[in-house]
Design a binder for this molecule. Structure first.
Ligand SMILES: NC(=O)c1ccc[n+]([C@@H]2O[C@H](COP(=O)([O-])OP(=O)(O)OC[C@H]3O[C@@H](n4cnc5c(N)ncnc54)[C@H](O)[C@@H]3O)[C@@H](O)[C@H]2O)c1
Length: 339
C-alpha cells in the first residue's frame, strides 16, 4: 500500500515543516506549489534537515488539467491541502482573488481525489472561522457567525464543501484542522517563514524589524477590550502544527476515525497579547524592539484562543513548544537568513 502523501503548498511555511515531519516518520512525499507566496528554496532547507530530496511540481491548483498530471503520475495514500492565499487584509481589498484561488483549488483537489480513488484529505482551516467569539476558550462546537473577512469565509466554505462531499462519499475521509496562530521555525534554524509577499503575521514582522529589514512594527490597535488593549491570539509552534498533520493523516490512513468528516482545533489553549509576544521576543533576544501602537485593522478579531481537548484525545497530540521557544526559533531562523 502507498504511503505517499501529496502536500499542496509544500514550499510554503507550514507545508515545508510538515514535509520534514512526514519524512521523519517514514512517509514519502510529493509537493505541489505554484510559488505564489514561497520559493523552491524551502525544498533545499528540507533537504539540509532531513537529507531527503522533495519530489515537486510547480503547478497552479486552479488549473485542473495540469493538476491531474500529478495524480496520474503517483498513487497517493492521502492529500494534505495547505495551498491557499492567506492575507486577511488583502482579502478584504481583493475578495475575488481569494474566492477564486482558495475555492477553485479545493474543488479541484476533491474532484481529482475522487477521480483517482484517493480517500484521505486533511484541510487547512483556521480559527478565523469563529470570528469574534462571545465565549473563550473556543471549542469546535462554537457557533460560526458571518466571517470577518473574505479569507475567513473561504475557510468556512471550504469546510462546508468537504463536509457535503463526505456525506455522499462514505468511503472518503477528511479532517479540517482549525489552526490558531502558527509561528516559530524549525529548531535547527534551517527552515522558517519566508513569504515572498509582504509578511502579514506578527512574528516575521517582529524578527524583520529586529534584524533591520523593516523600520518599525505597527501594533494594530491598542484600545481593544483586552488586558493590555492589544489583540489576543493563541500562538502555536509550526513544528507542533506539522506533527498534528502527520498524526491526522496517519489516523485516517489507518482507519482510526469513527466518522468520515471531523474538525479539530489546533492551538495551545493559551491566549497571548501582541504586547506579551513582543515582550517574549525582547526577553529571548535581549533586544528592544522598535514598535508603535497604530489604528485597528479591518478584519481582525479581538481575542481568540482554543480549547484543544478534542484533538489531544483523538490524535494523542501535544504541544512541545511554548512562546519563548516560538520566539527563539523564529529569531534563530531570521539571523540565519541574514548570514
Ligand atoms: N500561517 C497562518 O497564520 C495560518 C493560520 C491558519 C490557517 N492557515 C492556512 O494554512 C495553510 C498554509 O499556510 P502557510 O502559512 O503555510 O502559508 P504559505 O503562503 O506559506 O503557504 C501556502 C502555499 O500555497 C501556495 N499556493 C497558493 N495558492 C496556490 C495555488 N493555486 N496552486 C499552488 N500553490 C498555491 C503558495 O505559493 C504557498 O507556498 C493555508 O491554507 C492558510 O490559509 C495559515
Amino acid at each position: 500500500m502507498s504511503n505517499c502523501i501529496l502536500i499542496t503548498g509544500g514550499s510554503g511555511y507550514i507545508g515545508s515543516h510538515t514535509i520534514i515531519e512526514l519524512f521523519n516518520k517514514g512517509f514519502e512525499v510529493v509537493s505541489v506549489d505554484n510559488q505564489s507566496n514561497s520559493s523552491v528554496n524551502a525544498y533545499e532547507n528540507v533537504k539540509k534537515i532531513t537529507g531527503k530530496e522533495v519530489k515537486s511540481y510547480s503547478v497552479d491548483l486552479c488549473n485542473i488539467d495540469a493538476s491531474r498530471v500529478i495524480f496520474k503520475n503517483h498513487q497517493f495514500a492521502g492529500v494534505i491541502h495547505f495551498a491557499a492565499y492567506k492575507a486577511v487584509g488583502e482579502s478584504v481589498e481583493e475578495p475575488l482573488k481569494y474566492y477564486h484561488n482558495n475555492i477553485a483549488s479545493l474543488v479541484n483537489i476533491i474532484a481529482l481525489s475522487k477521480e483517482f480513488g484517493v480517500r484521505n484529505l486533511i484541510f487547512s482551516s483556521s480559527c478565523s472561522v469563529y470570528g469574534n467569539v462571545e465565549k473563550l476558550p473556543v471549542d469546535e462546537n462554537t457557533p460560526r457567525p458571518k466571517a470577518e473577512s473574505p479569507y475567513a469565509y473561504t475557510k468556512q466554505i471550504g469546510e462546508v464543501m468537504i463536509q457535503d462531499f463526505c456525506k455522499v462519499n462514505k468511503d472518503f475521509n477528511a479532517i479540517a484542522l482549525r489552526y490558531f496562530n502558527p509561528v516559530g521555525a524549525h529548531p535547527s534554524g534551517l527552515n522558517g517563514e519566508s513569504p515572498i509577499n509582504k509578511p502579514n503575521n506578527l512574528v516575521p514582522i517582529i524578527t524583520g524589524v529586529a534584524i533591520g529589514k523593516m523600520a518599525q512594527l505597527t501594533v494594530y490597535g491598542g484600545d481593544y477590550p483586552t488586558r493590555d488593549g492589544t489583540c489576543v491570539r493563541d500562538y502555536i509552534h509550526v513544528s507542533d502544527i506539522a506533527n498534528a498533520h502527520v498524526l491526522a493523516i496517519d489516523y485516517l490512513i489507518n482507519s482510526k476515525n469513527n466518522t468520515n468528516y471531523d474538525v479539530f482545533n489546533l492551538g495551545t489553549g493559551n491566549g497571548v497579547s501582541v504586547l506579551e509576544a513582543i515582550n517574549a521576543f525582547e526577553k529571548i533576544s535581549g533586544q528592544k524592539l522598535n514598535y508603535k501602537i497604530g489604528p485597528r485593522r479591518e478584519g481582525d478579531v479581538i481575542a481568540v484562543y482554543s480549547d484543544s481537548t478534542k484533538v489531544y484525545q483523538a490524535l494523542k497530540w501535544k504541544c512541545a513548544h511554548n512562546i519563548d521557544s516560538m520566539m527563539e526559533t523564529a529569531w534563530k531562523w531570521e539571523k540565519n537568513m541574514a548570514k
